[in-house]
Design a protein around this ligand. Structure first.
Ligand code: G6P
Length: 369
């Protein structure tokens, strides 16, 4: 088993550390900034259906649903197509409106999640075009889809999804870039810039993983907290949700993810000098706004743990603890800002002596409705 884990103590840690390679593998042969191309046959073969979509409905569960939320921001910005992100279990049972010209994107690591599968089956009966973003090759959802793109993250053993999530983000980013470029809703310059940004991701993830001692110390410091709040805005809002989910799954600490601006409508009532508040606060177009949100928490004596951009000197001056990530365009920032949060939950779970690879009550793939 030690060999299978490649010298790591747990599959989860191994899979977190595999991400420079799995993201690289996902981009390899597809993302070609030198020639200005992104080659994805599933997208190329159906480019008209995709770029002319009246609406894109993303259907998923769990961590895959969070990848869908990131894609919503990307597709709306880069392709100007309205996007809805649906929990498969809710979408399935409420007799959803599916019109001609709607495209469904299904996101699933396992390709076997029952809620997602049945949701897609009924959407397909209604004539929907289904594009699958799946990790497990040949899985049920991959077979049911009309077209698709694999995430190529390799087998994921840890119950909490890590490398499959970043693989999903990489595929969805390439799709948004391709569709936006084909549609003419992004300029050539922006398309090229984002291709280069995406190509730089594996190296930047490697930088984050090179030294995790700061994150281990933060985990040790906060491991006995009873609750955590995770806040982010824009592209980092789904990252906050994913950070909270990961912590719940691995450490059994209650955690809530929220859009940072929405906290004043409820969660701020929870803030006291005991509450750790994790801000995903990298340098992006929301930066000034999130700085004020950090001030609001500090004014109420909350403990602020920030994910901040390297060389930022404002947020680190305000936060109690900081985890740095390299600078990146906000469209691809989630691929980086999610990594410290994966490590934080891993190290909190480890510090609490829990079985991080097999958390209680959870299944890797939920094949019952
Ligand atoms: C389970 C797993 C999660 C996963 C979710 C959706 O809850 O524990 O890690 O995100 O199912 O799974 P899928 O395979 O469809 O992505």
């Amino acid at each position: 088993a030690a060999i299978e884990k490649g010298g790591y103590e747990h599959f989860m840690l191994k899979e977190i550390h595999e991400q420079p390679d799995t993201i690289f593998d996902c981009l390899r042969g597809r993302l070609l900034p030198q020639s200005g191309q992104i080659i994805m046959s599933g997208v190329d073969n159906h480019i008209d259906a995709l770029k002319n979509a009246q609406r894109i409905i993303i259907v998923a569960c769990g961590t895959s649903w969070h990848a869908g939320l990131v894609a919503e921001y990307q597709i709306e910005e880069l392709c100007r197509i309205p996007v809805e992100v649906e929990y498969a279990s809710e979408f399935r049972y409420r007799n959803p409106v599916i019109n001609e010209g709607d495209v469904i994107i299904a996101i699933s690591q396992s390709g076997e999640t029952a809620d997602t599968l049945v949701a897609l089956e009924s959407a397909k009966e209604k004539g929907a075009f289904i594009f699958g973003v799946v990790n497990a090759v040949g899985s049920s959802i991959a077979r049911l889809s009309n077209a698709g793109a694999y995430t190529h993250a390799g087998p994921e053993i840890g119950v909490a999804s890590t490398k499959a999530f970043t693989g999903q983000l990489a595929v969805l980013t390439m799709m948004a870039l391709k569709i936006g470029y084909a549609k003419g809703t992004i300029s050539e310059a922006r398309y090229m810039q984002l291709m280069h940004e995406l190509q730089a991701v594996p190296e930047k993830v490697k930088e984050i993983l090179a030294d995790t001692s700061v994150i281990q110390n933060i985990a040790a410091k906060y491991k006995d907290a009873h609750d955590f709040l995770f806040l982010g805005r824009g592209y980092n809002f789904p990252v906050a949700l994913e950070g909270a989910l990961k912590l719940k799954e691995i450490s059994y600490i209650h955690a809530e993810g929220y859009p940072a601006a929405e906290m004043k409508h409820g969660p701020i009532a929870l803030v006291d000098d005991q509450l750790p508040v994790v801000f995903v606060a990298t340098k992006d177009s929301y930066y000034e706004k999130i700085v004020s949100n950090v001030q609001e928490i500090k004014a109420r004596k909350g403990k602020v743990i920030a994910v901040a951009t390297a060389a930022d000197d404002v947020i680190p001056g305000m936060a109690d603890d900081v985890m740095f990530v390299p600078d990146a365009d906000e469209v691809i920032a989630p691929l980086l800002s999610t990594i410290p949060l994966q490590l934080l939950s891993y190290y909190v779970g480890l510090a609490k002596g829990l079985d991080v690879d097999k958390p209680r009550n959870l299944a890797k793939s939920v094949t019952v409705e």
